[in-house]
Every structure is written in structure tokens, then in C-alpha cells.
Design a binder for this molecule. Sequence first.
Ligand code: FNR
Ligand code: LAC
Length: 364
Amino acid sequence: VAVAPICVEDFRRLAREKLAPDVWDYIEGGSGGELTVAANRRAFERAELRPRVMVDVSTCPTGTELLGTHLSAPLGVAPTAYHELAHADGEVGTAHGAGTAGVLYVVGMFASRTLEEIAAAATGPLWLQLYWLRRRDVLADLAARAVTAGYRALVLTVDAPRIGRRLRDLRNGFGVDPDVDAANLDADLMATTHRRRTGESAIAVHAAETFDASLTWADLAWLRGLTALPIVLKGILTGEDARRAVDHGVDGLIVSNHGGRQLDPTTPSLHALAEVVAAVDGACPVLVDGGVRGGTDVFTALAVGASTVLIGRPVLWALAHDGGPGVAGLFALLREELEHTMALAGRPRLADIDRAAVRLDRRG
Ligand code: FNR
Ligand code: LAC
């Protein structure tokens, strides 16, 4: 009997049945020994919720505000490349799903649909993620298009001066399917992403050719000069860099180790979140991604101080399983699990989910 997914892990199993092995490995894999992928999960698995009782939990609303935008829950889609690898509807499906669920969608620079098509399909807020390219004119063009199409923030990913050593992709000689393109970038800029050579990841080769590894804090002023949109940095893992980002006037931070796909081993996202929240001390919203696989994980991240929690791989699983409705279903499930956790933990409002609601690093 086909049973609808009742937990996030169900989406993973359903997606695996649909995806070609090399695409599965590209999505699932991390870099190096995949220690960070495991550590992201382990940090959540070792968290222990501390419930309060005799609290009126007859309603537990999950709606929130993020940079002036209403969300049905403190949830969103983390930026990921090439959604058409998962489903023919690609990012248009993701936009439908995220919009239906009322959550944030951070569109990836390597989206396989145009920013304008995605915006036309979206009923919820969109942000646009960028990598720092040598071709600054391309960044300027994307920023201008994002403004016109109604995107509400730019996310600069700062943990990828080059691509991590993803052994699965190297072994598979992974290249992006010739029918799937980065729809917002010129074909000549993207040619190598389709190249398949044993021992080589086309994603890594392409990044080596086009990403500008000289990015430093001083460059933020140039990005700021392009647009009045809020600027959010993604890939912050230390309190030191968080302070520095605040000093440079960024509008938000995303604590992330890129789902364990870049530096490995490194700090699990939940532990980095605690450090960053302390350093930022309320100066700007702090988002987090990496290893969030259920409503209790979302609750834990909120207790540690996250404003909103982003979901990477599970969105691609849901998209592979059932397109836009799959993505809507995934976020409905996460919202429901969060609401359920709030009730059982005696925290009926998001503002009640305080640091005392969770103990990290349970022994044993
Ligand atoms: C990513 N991620 C990513 N990040 C980014 O800033 N730009 C990108 O283009 C991509 N592309 C991408 C592709 C795939 C297949 C994955 C799995 C991830 C990283 C992503 O935004 C996020 O940080 C992690 O996926 C979060 O971890 P979880 O939820 O996948 O564990
Ligand atoms: C990733 C970046 C390249 O695959 O999008 O993580």
C-alpha cells in the first residue's frame, strides 16, 4: 500500500527510488570523509528537549516575521543548484510548493529555471543566492534582475572559494545532465558543468574556472552599491566572522557548513549556531541550515537562537518524489511537527522557545 510520507526520512526513501545513482550521490554526498554530514545530524540527535508542563498549549501558532516578511512558520528552502535534476518542474515546482506552504524560498544562482519564471510561480517570498564570480558584470545583472522580479534579499555564499572534495562526484565523474542548464547564466560561462570525466567533478572544475577566490570583507561594499536589497551572508561558522559581518552592516547571517559539502571536518551547524547567536547578540537575524530533518530539530535550532531554519536536501527529495505538491507536503509536515513539539514542550508561542528549552550534548 502506498502510504503518504509521515516523516522527512520517508521523502528520502521515495526520492532514492526515482533518482539516477550519480544524481543521488551529488545530492546526498558531502566532502572528504563526510564527517560533517554526520556531525550535523549527531548534534541534533544529542539535543534533549526540556518540557514545561501545566502550560496552556491549546493553540501554538507558528507564524513569524523575517526581514519584514511574514512566514507561516520559521522555515525556508536553502539554496540548492539545478532542481531539474530532481524533477522536470525544477525551481518552478519548488516555488509553487514553498509558496503554498507559506515559507521562504532562497533561489540558487544555479537554478535551472529563470529568476523571472520562478517569481511568476511563487506566492511567497523569494531571496536570491549568489556565488562571487570573477565576472562581476554577471553578478550586477543578476542583482538587477532580482530587484525587478521582486526578490527581497541577496544571499552571498561565502564558504565556497572553491568546491570541497566530494569523493562520490569524483568517482562518478559527475557532470550535470546536458538537458539541465543554469538558466540564468550564459551558456559559455557554464559549458564545463556538463563535462563528464572519470576522476573529475564538473561542478568543481566549473567553480575553479569561474568563482573568484579573492573575495574579502572589503568587497561587500561593491555588492552593497548594486542594490538596496538586504544582504545576507551564508556560510558563517564562527563568532569572530559573525561579529565582523555585523560590523560590515550585513542584514542577516546564515550559519551553515553547506550541508557538509565544503570544509570537512568542521563544526556542526547547531554548535556553530550557538556561537554565532552569542556573538551577534541580536544585531541581525541568524538563520541556520544543515541536518535539519524534523520539527524537533527546528524547535532545537529556534531554542538556540535561530530566526528561521532552512532545509536543503529534503526539499530535493520532496521535489523528486512529487514536484511542487511534494515540497508543499514536506513543509506542511515540518510545520505540523514543530507545532506538535511546541505543545508537548509547553512552549505555545515561538517567543517561549528559549535557551532553557533544550540541553545540547546529552551524554551517552
Ligand atoms: C547545496 N547547497 C548550496 N548552497 C549554496 O549556497 N548554493 C548552491 O548552489 C548550493 N547547491 C547545493 C546543491 C545540493 C545538491 C545540496 C545538497 C546543497 C548547500 C545548501 O544551501 C545547504 O547549505 C545545505 O544543503 C543544508 O544542509 P542539509 O539541509 O542538506 O543537510
Ligand atoms: C553545491 C554547490 C556547487 O553543489 O552548488 O553544493
